[in-house]
Design a protein around this ligand. Structure first.
Ligand code: SF4
Length: 221
C-alpha cells in the first residue's frame, strides 16, 4: 500500500479538551497565557502525519523484518511476533507556532506544541482504528528504550520515503526536526503497553507506570 499523508490533521484546539492540560491550575499565569495563544493562533495550526501500512515479513531470534528491512530488537520481537501488519508513522506538531515565540514566552509555546503533538497522535490512532479496524493500539518509538535506539529512525525514514512531504527531516544524530515530532510503529491488541514498564530510569519524573522487573527480564534476558 502507498503511504498515507494526513495534512493537516484537525485536532481539538481548546485548552479544556487537551489531555496535557487536564491537571493544570486554571488560575495560573501559564494557563491564561495558553488560552490567549490558542485564541490567536487557531489558523496557524497545521499538525500532520505520514503513515505506511507494512507486512510483518519475518519475526525470528530477536529480529523483525518489515518491507525487506530488518530491525534487531528484543522488544520488537516480543511485541510483534503475533502481528501480521503494522503502521509505521511519523507525526509532527509542525513549527508554525514558533512564529509567536517573540510575543509569548517560548517555554509556554513549547508546552502548547507538545500538547498539540499529543492530540495529533491520538487523532492518528483514531484514524487507524476507524479506517482499518485496529483496536487497543500501542506504539513502539525508536529511542524510547536502549534495545530500540533512535538510529532505527534511518530505516523507518527509508521505508516511508520522502518524509519531507510533511516538513519533517532526519538529522545526522537521527533525531527529527521540527522538535515536536515522533516516529514509531503502531500495532494493535496491546493497549496497556507503555515504555515506562520496561524503563530502568527508576527516578524519572515523567514516569507514568512502575518499572516491571519480571516483564523486563522476560523480554530482555
Ligand atoms: S520512565 Fe521516564 S524515561 Fe523511562 S520511558 Fe517512562 S517517561 Fe521515558
Amino acid at each position: 500500500m502507498e503511504k498515507i499523508v494526513l495534512n493537516p490533521i484537525k485536532i481539538a484546539y481548546e485548552i479544556n479538551e487537551m489531555e496535557v492540560f487536564k491537571d493544570f491550575h486554571t488560575d495560573s499565569k501559564t494557563y491564561k497565557t495558553i488560552i490567549e495563544i490558542i485564541e490567536n493562533t487557531g489558523e496557524m495550526i497545521k499538525s500532520r502525519a505520514i503513515l505506511k501500512w507494512c507486512n510483518v515479513e519475518k519475526v525470528e531470534q530477536g529480529c523483525v523484518t518489515l518491507m525487506g528491512q530488518t530491525f534487531v530488537s528484543k522488544l520488537l520481537f516480543d511485541k510483534l511476533r503475533q502481528t501480521e501488519k503494522v503502521f509505521i508513522n511519523i507525526v509532527t506538531a509542525g513549527d508554525e507556532l514558533d512564529a509567536v515565540k517573540g510575543k509569548y514566552p517560548a517555554s509556554v509555546v513549547d508546552i502548547l506544541k507538545y500538547a498539540i503533538l499529543m492530540e495529533t497522535r491520538n487523532e492518528v490512532k483514531k484514524y487507524v482504528s476507524e479506517i482499518f479496524g485496529y483496536k487497543d493500539i500501542a506504539e513502539l518509538c525508536p529511542g524510547s528504550l536502549p534495545d530500540w535506539p533512535v538510529e532505527n529512525n534511518r530505516i523507518l525514514f527509508e521505508i516511508i520515503n520522502n518524509v519531507g512531504e510533511i516538513g519533517v527531516t532526519l538529522k545526522k544524530d537521527c533525531f527529527m526536526t521540527p522538535l515536536n515530532t515522533v516516529s514509531g510503529i503502531l500495532y494493535h491488541g496491546d493497549k496497556d503497553y507503555i515504555n515506562c514498564n520496561l524503563c530502568e530510569k527508576i527516578s524519572c519524573i515523567g514516569r507514568k507506570k512502575p518499572f516491571n522487573k519480571i516483564e523486563y527480564l522476560r523480554i530482555f534476558s
